[in-house]
Design a protein around this ligand. Structure first.
Ligand code: ADP
Length: 693
């Protein structure tokens, strides 16, 4: 056996030194060597084991030591924690005591009675106010006492309040409730109470208490009663005021209508010029006074919120043309241009209150004319499409008048205010017109605004919001397409309006601002038609027409003259095709142009403008009584009837019709149906009954 493979290394080293080559040693020695080697190995293992065992026990000792130290530290910490916890509890208990005290103080201080009962219905807490209201000590305060000793009634009845309806009782079955119809009767004294209660739950969700608060509400009830009386008084006063106004309106208007009616009779008698003049002054003063009375009545109706707007489809342009018609005499008396321009995208028919729209516009126009010494007054209408088929329509009334100082603008829409007293003396007026217009515009869904520059002019813009009505078929504007028209006017605004209007019909307009410029234009490319304004500085419309007529090649061109009303409308057909009075109504202008250019129109004819048709003229001079409560409708109808040559007296209700018929014999009565005081039907019945007697 090779001894080197099995011997312990230390023994092997020593054996080599002592014995030399180990492979050569005899077997008994080799066997001995192996026994010794095994002993060496065991000894070495034992020593290693001993060493390891000694190491191990010192580690353990260290570990035990460390654990003991940790334990000691931990116990010290726990002791500190415990001390801190005890301190904390003491603080918390003090805070709890304080907050309980505060809560009690608060409950004692509240000005309502507070009662807390436990789930068995026994009183747990009752505050000072509760004892005061019920006149009881804490000891006397039990729920049973509350319902038995005290009489609890349903307010203003002799019925006992049902116990199961009392909030504190309902709270014990989990309902929060409030009543204020409880009367507590104690020693013959009635204390009206308001009472509220709610359940208080414990942490496991069961009802532990019911808390109830109650207050003596005699003060509140007294105030409510006083308010109710004051309101009744105010309502009665308002009713009395409305009745007074209605009576007054009748009382004032009746004699006024008498005065006006009689003046028209007087005018039929033989009078000197001077007397005629006096009578005319009486009549016009009477009419102004009626206008003022109507203004005041309208205003009080709006103030009392009694004004109800109508909603009917109407032709907006027609409404504005009617308004302008009324003011043409006033404007032409001052030599003012009166212009209307409706943008083509404005709906033809809108659904709103035609009378009120016209009233606002007439008022703005008459102010504009009143405060404009020279220049023009124009109405410009635009529309904006809003959602849900509504249109915001803006009607601007612009003048070139005296304007309004910036610091007076905020007063404008106040009732009874005028810009300054000297202006009022010069121009007159009640200061109600703009206040009424402002409120009406708001009722119409919009508003009224103003911009102005002193010495330059003012623009009042009335906005209204309305749905578009079912439009009638718009006239087919294609028929005049391509026609060349020369428009001559010194007024720039009017030139613009006429140019826009004719181009909307597909025509090709050219403009000139004087007769001379027009003649130069006419020397060029030929025109199908010419529109001349009559009043122009230098060469007027008629002179221009004559000059044109005398030129070679121009004699056949039709000429339409535009002129302010009141001018002699007779004309020489050989020079002028037609006269139209300004402001020109769009449809009349279209028809006149079509006629002049010999273009047949598919839409039916409108009633002819002037002179009045023979049939109506033959009946001119009819004495008409017009019964209509709205001032603007009165004006419109009167104007139309007077234009037909009739004599018109106006009254505002059925009663006034009866009064007027007692005094004057009329050929015709035109009666509005809906009028205050006595409506048209009742009045007609009474008139018929009287005439059959
Ligand atoms: P009135 O009936 O007295 O005219 P309004 O309410 O219509 O009352 O007008 C109030 C005042 O506003 C007028 O007195 C005038 O001073 C001023 N005013 C109204 N419109 C105009 C205008 N277009 N230009 C200048 N001032 C105006």
């Amino acid at each position: 056996m090779p001894a080197s493979n099995v011997l312990n290394p230390l023994l092997e080293k020593q054996a080599l030194q002592q014995l030399g080559d180990l492979d050569a040693i005899p077997a008994p020695i080799a066997s001995l060597l192996r026994v010794v080697s095994a002993t060496y190995d065991r000894f070495q293992r034992d020593r290693q084991l001993l060493e390891r065992a000694m190491d191990l026990s010192s580690d353990e000792l260290l570990a035990v030591n460390a654990r003991l130290r940790e334990e000691r530290d931990h116990q010290a910490e726990m002791l500190v924690d415990l001390q801190e916890e005890i301190a904390r509890r003491e603080v918390a208990e003090t805070a709890l005591r304080n907050s309980k005290q505060l809560l009690t103080q608060l409950l004692e201080a509240v000005p309502v009675g507070v009662l807390v009962v436990d789930r068995s219905g026994s009183t747990y807490y009752v505050n000072r106010m509760a004892k005061t209201i019920c006149g009881m000590t804490r000891e006397e305060f039990t729920l049973d006492l509350l319902t038995e000793k005290f009489k609890l009634f349903v307010r203003d009845t002799r019925a006992h309040y049902p116990t199961d309806q009392l909030p504190v009782v309902r709270a014990l079955i989990g309902e929060s409730s409030m009543i204020d119809d409880l009367d507590l009767v104690q020693d013959g004294q009635v204390i009206p109470l308001q009472s509220w209660a709610a359940p208080v739950y414990s942490s496991d969700g069961t009802i532990e208490y019911a808390i109830s608060a109650f207050a003596d509400i005699s003060g509140r009830l007294a105030v409510e009663e006083a308010l109710r009386r004051a309101k009744d008084d105010a309502d009665a006063a308002a009713r009395a005021k409305s009745e007074f106004l209605a009576n007054m309106s009748h009382e004032i208007r009746t004699p006024m209508n008498g005065v006006i009616g009689m003046t028209s009779l007087l005018l039929d008698t033989a009078l000197t010029y001077e007397q005629q003049d006096f009578v005319n002054v009486i009549r016009s003063s009477g009419e102004s006074l009626l206008t003022i009375i109507n203004d005041i009545l309208d205003f009080s109706k709006i103030e009392a919120r009694k004004l109800v707007l109508e909603r009917h489809p109407f032709d907006l342009r027609q409404c504005l043309e009617d308004a302008l018609d009324l003011l043409v005499p006033a404007a032409s008396a001052k030599g003012l241009e009166l212009l209307l321009h409706v943008e083509h995208d404005v709906p033809q028919i809108i659904v709103s209150d035609v009378t009120r729209v016209r009233q606002v516009i007439v008022n703005l126009l008459s102010n504009a004319i009143k405060f404009t010494p020279a220049g023009e007054v124009s109405v410009h209408v635009t529309a904006e499409h809003l959602p849900r088929d509504l249109f915001k329509i803006v009607i601007q009334v612009r003048d070139t008048g005296i304007g309004i100082p910036a610091d007076r603008m905020n007063l404008l829409f106040e009732s009874f205010s005028q810009v300054d007293a000297s202006i009022t003396r010069k121009y007159g007026g009640t200061g109600l017109g703009l206040a009424i217009s402002h409120q009406l515009s708001e009722l119409l869904g919009g508003g009224l605004t103003v911009t102005s520059a002193p010495g330059v002019g003012s623009t009042f813009a009335c906005t209204l919001v309305a749905p578009a009505g079912e439009a009638e078929k718009r006239p087919d504007t294609g028929e005049l397409a391509g026609k060349r028209v020369l428009i001559v006017d010194d007024n720039v605004t009017n030139l613009r309006i006429l140019a826009l209007q004719t181009s909307a019909w597909g025509m090709r307009p050219e403009t000139a601002s004087s007769g001379e410029e027009a003649l130069t234009r006419l020397a060029g490319e030929p025109f199908d038609l010419a529109l001349f304004d009559m009043q122009m500085p230098g060469m007027d419309g008629l002179a221009l027409a004559r000059a044109v007529g005398s030129r070679d090649g121009l004699a056949d061109m039709p000429i339409v003259l535009l002129s302010s009303i009141g001018q002699n409308l007779t004309h020489d057909r050989s020079i002028i095709h037609a006269w139209l009075s300004k402001p020109v109504k769009s449809e009349y202008l279209r028809r006149t142009i079509a006629e002049a250019c010999r273009v047949p129109l598919s839409t039916p004819r409108l009633p002819s403008e002037s002179p009045p048709p023979a049939a109506l003229a033959s009946r001119a001079g009819t004495r008409i009584l017009l019964a209509e409560d709205n001032a603007i409708n009165q004006k419109v109808a009167t104007k139309m009837l007077e234009n037909m040559g009739h004599r018109v007296d106006v009254v505002a209700n059925g009663l006034e019709v009866l009064d007027a018929l007692d005094r004057i014999v009329y050929d015709i009565v035109l009666m509005d149906m809906m009028m205050p005081e006595m409506d048209g039907l009742t009045a007609t019945r009474q008139v018929r009954a009287r005439s059959s007697r």
